[in-house]
Ligand binder design. Sequence first.
Ligand code: KG4
Ligand code: ZN
Length: 336
Amino acid sequence: MLVLGIETSCDETALALVQDGRKVITSVVSSSLELHKEFGGIVPEIANRHHLEYIIEALEKIKESIGGDLKKIDLVAVTYGPGLMGSLLVGLSCAKALSLSLGVDLIGVNHLKAHLYPSLMQEKNRSSSIIGLVVSGGHTVLVKVKNYLNLELLGQTKDDAVGEAFDKVAKILELGYPGGPIIDKLSREISTENYVNFTRPYLNKNSLDFSFSGIKTAVLYYYKELACRKKVTRYEKIKIAAGFQDAVVDVLVQKTIYACHLTGIRKAVVGGGVSANSHLRKKLKAKAEKNSIEVIFPSMDLCVDNAVMVAGLGYQLYKLGQKSDLTLKADPTANF
Ligand code: KG4
Ligand code: ZN
């Protein structure tokens, strides 16, 4: 079954063709990230306009890749939320028009659940539940995945998402936007003993909820205090950024392992933009191995927003009897 996935929830206009939920035929991603850089964050109006301008071009590329015949598509899967209202509407309108004109079914996909798909699809044979950790710019969530339809929320952030904290800390330190990849790269320049030591924001070690706004404020005060006394050097900024990264990674690792212990599950999957973080990958893999837990990360190209995950999850849900119709609505605050 050839599924077209459409993802326009934030700043990526992404379309992909995936065969039977696994084989990627085409994946097109155009990001408006560059246009947001000067504002230090996503500007919804700019993102919306980019989707409008780019989506037809992306569809042309998809069409070319299947010999110019869109009729080869069997199902259209689209992100309905969470995300920016205007951006979601562009993807939904395109998906509905295609579903209607091609005479194929439409299926709405939750963006958060889709983020776990690139890791879930790497599994060979699954018979029991898995722990899922979604770490993105807008969410930090721990779930128990029973199957594609049945996900149980175990914990989530009480305030900032972890990706958001990376972006805000990079802004405080004037390192650029988006902060996650920048902090990740810079931190690799120094050794661990030079990291500034920040208190780990565990909230409570027995809780599966997260809180990242406190550590962001701790970074702000540390930086301000230093800047009052002298000009802060690039090296000092890296020491702070790396210390922040180390602290939040420790929290993500502790809670993921704790979720496994609490549920007796020995396998975890990770997804979302922050799953590209090299420090998180290294530390979580090491800790999981020590605890005899298998952990699966997405391939690097499928960490940030893409349409492969939407087509893939759409296919699995459709196989389980789910589908949407033309009344499908955008839901900017959709949760698990
Ligand atoms: O999943 P995503 O593309 O969009 C949302 O659904 O939010 O995630 C974007 C977030 C941004 O906050 C970005 O800074 C973060 O993912 N990110 C990273 C890395 N690459 C992207 N954070 C830490 N380390 C990275 N290597
Ligand atoms: Zn995302």
